[in-house]
Design a protein around this ligand. Structure first.
Ligand SMILES: O=C(O)CCC(=O)C(=O)O
Length: 258
């Protein structure tokens, strides 16, 4: 069950993130693994789910916008225990803003230090909560998430030109690797600084990142994907001769995506 206990509430109050160990049982974990493997095999199809790649070998690194096409994942990401937990964290009912699976296959790149809030400004929204569910064990070796403790004042830190945290500021932060097991769930808000290393192991490190916002900030999922498709489309929808617009930057913040 994805429910907050006292220790999670305490962690949230102190750090704006909480780690819920063993929130999914073994049956749910197996189903999730199966779904994530299925999505990796879906063909690149213009106008539908969005597959992104990294490196010269076009290694799969992300699938997004899969909710309309997958009943199991839609059920998991909108179920009652999760919605009630999100309502507590957003202080009002929450709606789903965006969903992605980061595949981080062996050799897959890490993510530069960043906060999500500066990348989620396209629709005048100010606050989001992201749910992370690790499909594989997440370790320092395979590039687990690293978070900063105590950054809970809802402020954006100084940014470099590319929207990531300015390196001199990032260097001074207290980074904590958050190793997780399959079935663990992490919730963190859009101001928590985070980063991750590359996958140096021989196994995939797959994880779901699903972002929600309070309903008073609007149901903008469809708008988000319409805009992302326009300014940072998957490769199968790109005109190979046309450069991506400047606005594509915030749809690809700190990321290794081509
Ligand atoms: O999957 C990771 O290693 C980090 C993901 C992340 O920070 C992001 O997608 O913004």
């Amino acid at each position: 069950m994805i429910r907050l206990r006292d220790e999670h509430e305490k962690s949230w109050d102190e750090n704006r993130y909480a780690l819920l160990r063993g929130a999914l049982d073994s049956v749910e974990q197996r189903a999730l693994l199966d779904w994530v493997e299925t999505l990796a095999g879906w063909p690149e199809t213009p106008g539908r789910w969005m597959k992104y790649f990294e490196g010269d070998r076009r290694q799969l690194c992300r699938v997004e916008n899969f909710l309309p096409y997958h009943d199991g994942l839609r059920g998991l990401l909108t179920r009652t225990d999760l919605c009630e937990t999100l309502e507590r964290l957003c202080s009002e009912p929450a709606v789903l803003f965006k969903e992605k699976i980061n595949y981080k296959l062996p050799g897959g790149q890490g993510f530069a230090p960043h906060q999500d809030a500066p990348a989620f400004v396209s629709f005048d929204q100010t606050y989001h909560v992201t749910l992370l569910i690790g499909v594989d064990p997440m370790t320092p070796e395979n590039g687990c998430l690293e978070l900063v403790n105590g950054h809970c004042d809802g402020q954006s830190l100084a940014q470099a030109e590319d929207g990531t945290i300015r390196p001199d500021v990032a260097e001074g932060l207290d980074w904590q690797p958050l190793a997780t097991e399959p079935g663990d769930v992490v919730l963190f808000d859009s101001y928590v600084p985070h980063r991750s290393g590359p996958n140096r192991s021989r196994e995939p490190r797959r994880a779901l990142y699903v972002t929600y916002n309070g309903v008073s900030q609007g149901d903008r999922r469809a708008d988000y994907y319409a805009r992302k498709r326009r300014v940072f489309p998957p490769e199968c929808e790109r005109d190979p001769g046309a450069p991506l617009p400047e606005e594509s930057r915030i749809f690809n913040l700190g990321n290794p995506i081509r």
